[in-house]
Design a protein around this ligand. Structure first.
Ligand code: MN
Length: 204
């Protein structure tokens, strides 16, 4: 039984053009994201088989594979909903107030998240996240899909910094992709995630 399934895109692949090409969105969702879903399901099956056989000789490889694939699935699922053909602009309400309080204004948050995303060494993501222990927004730079992040933080807005996310359209100029991303950022979705994340009691 598959525990993880590929979500439908909330728009047609070409709906984010010209900011994000339909060719990339289709490949990115149908091939890359689908592979992470399959990898997460396959790894759980392999772990079950290892338990049954009493053979945990591959535990390190399987543990890493699970973290990589399930995190890839989660981040891409968030990424699709973080974008909208009607996106752009700026958040308002409580999210805007929290950004002002925790970053000293929208422009400073945007500059930090842009820098975090553009400057990832190797592959990864930039993320605006809710950190429940300090009860504040933070910006994280995720390595691969699962590294370099705080244990409790909840990603609210994620920007894919892997080459497969932009190369067909923006070639090696990742900064132009991130600049274009701001035109399609779905602040309503980020605000909804912000509200939900704050409902969860802190673990510490
Ligand atoms: Mn990706």
């Amino acid at each position: 039984m598959s525990l993880y399934t590929l979500p439908e895109l909330p728009y047609s692949p070409g709906a984010l053009e010209p900011h994000y090409s339909g060719e990339i969105v289709a490949l990115h969702h149908d091939k890359h994201h689908a592979a992470y879903v399959k990898g997460a399901n396959d790894t759980l099956e392999a772990m079950a088989a290892a338990r049954e056989a009493g053979d945990h000789s591959a535990i390190n490889m399987l543990s890493r594979s699970y973290a990589f694939h399930v995190s890839g699935h989660v981040l891409h699922s968030i990424f699709w909903t973080n974008m909208s053909p009607d996106g752009g602009g700026r958040p308002d309400g409580e999210l805007a107030a929290a950004i002002d309080e925790h970053f000293g204004g929208f422009d400073r948050m945007q500059a930090q998240l842009t820098a975090a995303t553009v400057n990832v060494q190797g592959i990864g993501w930039g993320a605006l996240a809710w950190e429940p222990v300090a009860q504040r927004l933070v910006i994280e730079q995720i390595h691969d899909h699962q590294g370099n992040v705080g244990a409790g933080s909840v990603p609210l807005l994620v920007i894919d910094s892997w080459e497969h996310a932009y190369f067909l359209q923006y070639k090696n100029v990742k900064a132009d992709f991130v600049k274009a991303f701001w035109n399609i950022a779905n602040w309503q979705d980020v605000a909804r995630r912000f509200e939900a994340a704050r409902e969860v009691p802190p673990t510490v």
